[in-house]
Write a protein that binds this ligand. Structure first.
Ligand code: N1C
Length: 262
């Protein structure tokens, strides 16, 4: 796959942007952050390593270097809903995903990998291995393992998780980052409730509802952990955000619109 040619400049720019602007309320670090230092730590995590043999703990120092503490009740987790969760948090303006914080903001949507070439900077600016390649442990897997674990550990108060009820392989999947690193790291002493919100991807048949299938599995896991939970089918706010992105979708047109006004 490709790589992001100006990743260093983008990283630094986003890091500065997050601090100087109040674009994302509640995500602005409390005290100034040394963005150049953060880049160095991020870079050194994988520099000159085999791009297909990145250890899962490669970003440990990066996690330690990033000041990260969200206010209570603000954490938004998701699985299978990347197509809508960020639009939702932006529109509703009350919850934050990993990508809305200093941990995830800088590299959101970017592609990067290491180079073993001693004459390089340690990163490969030409091409990166595919993350699904058999036996290849890529940088982004290590990155999301570390950052997901960190936001799971850090969450306090009411947490929200947005799942896709139209997925045929299950809204809650055992092999997802949410299931492997976020949920297990939540501290029942700190997390008071889990709000599961199910969304129906426009145009797709509903496969699961609250209390059924893999959603019931997650509900039981919350109970076993001693964390209260709620579950909402077809979250109406998310439905409206989906329709604002796709206003003429048949599922968004009300009967009144169909008949038209005369
Ligand atoms: O495996 P997932 O979902 O459960 O991961 C989502 C979960 C979120 O709550 C995030 O906090 O884990 C975090 N996360 C990201 O923030 C993220 N941004 C981009 C996990 N993965 C992330 N990606 C890429 O999406 C990543 O490369 C991985 O392969 C997918 C995981 O998405 P998913 O299966 O929908």
């Amino acid at each position: 796959t490709g790589t992001t040619p100006f990743i260093k400049e983008i990283f630094l720019g986003r890091c500065l942007e997050l601090q100087t602007e109040t674009a994302i309320p509640n995500a602005c670090p409390q005290s100034p952050v040394n963005c150049t230092l953060l880049w160095d730590v991020f870079h050194d995590a994988i520099a000159y390593k085999d791009p297909c043999a990145i250890p899962l703990d490669a970003y440990r120092e990066f996690i330690a270097a990033v000041p990260h503490q969200l206010p209570a009740d603000k954490s938004m987790f998701w699985s299978g809903t990347s197509y809508i969760v960020h639009e939702y948090t932006e529109a509703a303006n009350d919850l934050l995903t990993l990508e809305d914080t200093l941990l995830g903001y800088m590299v959101d949507g970017l592609q990067w990998c290491s180079s073993t070439d001693a004459s390089s900077t340690g990163l490969n600016y030409q091409e990166c291995p595919d993350f699904w390649q058999e036996g290849c442990a890529v940088a982004s897997t290590a990155f999301y393992t570390a950052t997901s674990s960190a936001i799971g550990r850090q969450a306090t108060g009411v947490i929200t998780v947005m799942l896709d009820a139209t997925r045929t392989d299950g809204a809650y999947r055992n092999d997802s980052f949410f299931a492997k690193y976020e949920f297990p790291n939540m501290d029942p002493e700190k997390v008071t409730r889990g709000d599961i919100i199910l969304v129906n991807r426009l145009g797709n048949p509903i496969v699961e509802t609250c209390g059924t299938g893999s959603v019931a599995v997650l509900e039981r896991l919350f109970t076993e952990k001693g964390i209260e939970w709620t579950c909402t089918d077809n979250d109406e706010r998310v439905y409206h955000v989906q329709c604002s992105k796709d206003p003429t979708h048949t599922e968004c047109i009300t009967p009144a619109d169909v008949t038209g006004s005369s």
